[in-house]
Design a protein. Structure first.
Ligand code: PLP
Length: 395
């Protein structure tokens, strides 16, 4: 049964959505109201790292809901303390502030860097960010983003985010001035179409920020929590940032994100930061369940292995249809098409029972559950193959 237009009318119309209502999810699969099953390679936008409704998260949340949902952030709760301790141990950073979404974590990170500039760098407040970046949808994080479509929206923007080009150190150096306090970036620009920073670029940024006394801020909201085969992408590179933001996979599907900082960068004073729901035990219980699974070495090596299988399978398809490159790391990957037909491919795939994302007119993105199986990779490729064959036949 499709959604009748009047039933969704009470929702603000903020994006184009297919007239389908999802009612159930399990692992890599979603079911709509009519009982039709879909293989999900979107997974809540790279959120459901353990798949839909994973038992570990469902159990942790229902157990915690009966115990304590929220005592207010004005008081300690044992679950937030436990999750913060796990995150600091895994990340090598020292302090955590929990938030409800990635944009809020980045907004907090921007405030923290500005506070650091006020205290230690003569009032410096500029944060160098990158063309193509996506850091969220609050006004400051939209201003920090380098997304073309944001350029003319909600003017005037928050000032203080000069833009450099990815993998171009000279462009970064050109942006540095007396007001610079930090450099902020995603190790892989997911929303821009899975565009990776080179490992060397990240190392060079780490050296440059140390040399100039600037903070290095990594937005690992999409790349963190095992997505690229390491707990955090920066582990591939052998660096540690001063400020780190996490979200998406951290809650395994529930709204949980975090801002982490080294002791030296952690300079909020009482009253600088807060929020009603921040660090509530209900969401933090989900975070603990996620970390307990994802941080296992065999889980992470499984992500790497499945990532290689996914790359090889997509590359075969790309060869068959004369498409472009396959790029990404672990289970965050993209396929460049030869024509700007990505939205049409994604729409046809949806009809055929496969959820895929088209972040750019000529790019498909794959961000499945980290728990997906080899057989699900094969099923995805088989559906996409049929879709491509139909489109070629019809063109
Ligand atoms: N930063 C990055 C790299 C993201 O990919 C996203 C979301 O796609 C965000 C920030 C914003 O996170 P949220 O949508 O949870 O606010």
């Amino acid at each position: 049964m499709n959604l009748q237009p009047y039933t969704a009318h009470a929702l603000m119309d903020i994006t184009a959505r297919p007239p389908t209502v999802f009612v159930k999810g399990e692992g890599s699969w979603l079911w709509d109201q009519s009982g039709k099953r879909y293989l999900d390679f979107v997974q809540g936008w790279a959120v459901n790292c353990l798949g839909h409704s994973p038992p570990a998260v469902a159990d942790a949340v229902s157990r915690q809901a009966r115990q304590l949902i929220t005592p207010s952030p004005a008081y300690y709760n044992a679950i937030a303390i436990e999750l913060a301790a796990k995150l600091t141990k895994l990340s090598g950073l020292d302090r955590v502030f929990f938030t409800n979404c990635g944009a809020e974590a980045n907004e907090g990170a921007i405030k923290l860097a500005r506070k650091y500039g006020a205290l230690h760098r003569n009032g410096a407040y500029e944060i160098i960010t990158f063309e193509g970046a996506f850091h969220g949808r609050t006004l400051a994080t939209m201003s920090a983003s380098g997304k073309k479509a944001f350029e003319l929206l909600f003017e005037p923007k928050v000032p203080g985010f000069p833009k450099a080009q990815l993998n171009d150190m000279a462009s970064v150096r050109r942006c540095i001035g007396p007001k610079t306090v930090a450099i902020m970036l995603e190790p892989i620009q997911g929303e821009a179409g899975v565009l990776a920073t080179s490992d060397q670029f990240l190392r060079d940024l780490r050296s440059l920020t140390e040399e100039c006394g600037l903070l290095l801020m990594l937005d690992e909201i999409q790349t963190g929590i095992g997505r690229t085969g390491k707990m955090f992408h920066y582990e591939h590179v052998g660096i540690t940032p001063d400020i780190l933001t996490l979200g998406k996979g951290l809650g395994g599907g529930v709204p949980l994100a975090a801002l982490l900082a080294t002791e030296a960068a952690s300079c909020f004073a009482h009253g600088d930061q807060g929020g009603t729901f921040n660090g509530n035990p209900l969401m933090c219980a989900a975070g603990i369940a996620v970390l307990d699974e994802v941080s296992q070495p065999e889980f992470l090596s499984g992500v790497t292995q499945k990532g290689e299988e996914l790359t090889a399978s997509i590359a075969k398809l790309a060869k068959r249809y004369g498409l472009g490159e396959v790029r990404g790391r672990g289970l965050l990957q993209a396929l460049a098409l030869d024509k700007p037909l990505a939205a049409e491919v994604a729409a046809n795939a949806f009809e055929a029972g496969l959820l895929l994302n088209a972040p750019r007119p000529d790019t498909l993105r794959f961000m499945p559950s980290l728990t997906l199986t080899q057989s699900e990779i094969k099923q995805m490729v088989a559906i996409l193959d049929d879709v491509m064959a139909d489109m070629r036949g019809g063109s």
